[in-house]
Design a protein around this ligand. Structure first.
Ligand SMILES: *Cc1c(COP(=O)(O)O)cnc(C)c1O
Length: 346
């Protein structure tokens, strides 16, 4: 069984559009990070799919909100268990007893040290499992720290620890794998996989196919094409000089659109199938590409430069920016005209 992780606005691609398309494709279980994301998702996919909130009760009096929006918490701490348990047993503030209790996922920390019950807390819970009274555990889950690196010893360590910790708890289905975990093989799959990145064409994992199908394209519009008549520098800080006769295309996008500033003098685009370098710094609203290698008169103002697409994947661009595809996608700005192709429109 496979859920879809659509946190952070569907990895920057649009929660409503991504959620609707996945729901139409048959996905019935979704993960987001926050309660607000869950409420927004609920509005677009209706009442029947399960929506899990990874951040859990968010350290507050949130049980009523979970209940009224039909959201399911991931319980990350003894405090989360107490809050949700009280609500489900009808003993919390303003709680309403639901006849079959409430559902939840219980998260165990097997090595990330971010969220989830520690080994000691898990042992305590195993010895006092009445603290789970009223709660139906859909899954017990954990999260892998190094799933992108198939050879990393921590993967098997975490899987072993996960099985040990689960052993003492009331039995429930299990969930461990994110995208990278899926590519580690069947022994990591358990009952529910939780891919995010792989759904969006990101393929960082050493175990994954080299090139995932790219589900997004990013293009920038050329505002001007100019030929420099003598050796000249380009952009802020005059960080790059280009020889006389160089042809430059100035494109209407910048770091305010999530075309990261670290791509200055290191990023590339494609035009007419030719690889063209970013020259100079990336400005807030503009990028300069050196298009000298593109045949004269093939590019004019109004034409597009491919920044992500068939020639250059999200991961390629991320490498050039010294980051990961996750950051490229979640940084994509709101000024781009976004067109959704295929799937069902929301
Ligand atoms: C974000 C997240 C995922 C999805 O991870 P990907 O690497 O994008 O597949 C799965 N599980 C948890 C707990 C997460 O926080």
């Amino acid at each position: 069984m496979c859920a879809a992780v659509v946190k952070a606005d569907g990895y920057g691609l649009g929660l409503a559009e991504v959620g609707t398309a996945l729901h139409a494709a048959g996905c019935t279980k979704f993960f987001v990070a926050t309660i607000d994301e869950g409420i927004a998702l609920r509005k677009t996919i209706g009442t029947s799919p399960t929506v899990y909130i990874l951040d859990g009760m968010m350290a507050g009096d949130t049980a009523g909100e979970f209940a009224s929006h039909g959201l399911t918490p991931v319980l990350n701490s003894p405090g989360d268990i107490a809050l949700w348990g009280a609500h489900c047993r009808g003993s919390g503030d303003g709680a309403s007893r639901s006849p079959d209790g409430g559902t939840a996922i219980l998260a165990l920390d097997t090595g990330m040290h971010r969220l989830g019950l520690t080994a000691a807390e898990t042992k305590d819970l195993a010895g006092a499992s009445d603290r789970l009274d009223g709660i139906t555990l859909d899954y017990v889950m954990s999260h892998l720290a190094c799933a992108d690196d198939a050879a990393h010893p921590m993967n098997h360590d975490q899987r072993r620890r996960f099985n040990e910790l689960r052993h003492d708890l009331p039995s429930a289905p299990a969930s461990l794998a994110n995208s990278g975990g899926i590519f580690l093989g069947p022994e990591f799959h358990f009952d529910l996989a939780r891919p995010g990145a792989a759904l969006y064409g990101i393929s960082r994992s050493t175990g994954a196919p080299k090139k995932m199908k790219q589900v997004i394209g990013l293009k920038g519009k050329i505002l001007q094409v100019r030929v420099v008549d003598s050796e000249s520098t380009v952009g802020y800080g005059a960080t790059r000089s280009v020889p006389a006769g160089s042809r430059l295309a100035t494109v209407a996008a910048g770091y305010a659109d999530g075309y990261l500033r670290s791509l200055g003098n290191s990023g590339h685009g494609y035009a007419a199938g030719v690889k063209i370098p970013v020259v100079g710094r990336v400005s807030m609203d503009l990028i300069s590409f050196d298009i000298s290698a593109v045949p004269v008169d093939t590019l004019s103002p109004g034409d597009n430069i491919e920044m992500i697409g068939d020639h250059q994947t999200v991961d390629d661009l991320a490498d050039e920016a010294d980051t990961i595809g996750y950051e490229i996608l979640t940084s994509l700005g709101q000024r781009y005209a976004r067109r959704y192709i295929g799937g069902d429109a929301p």
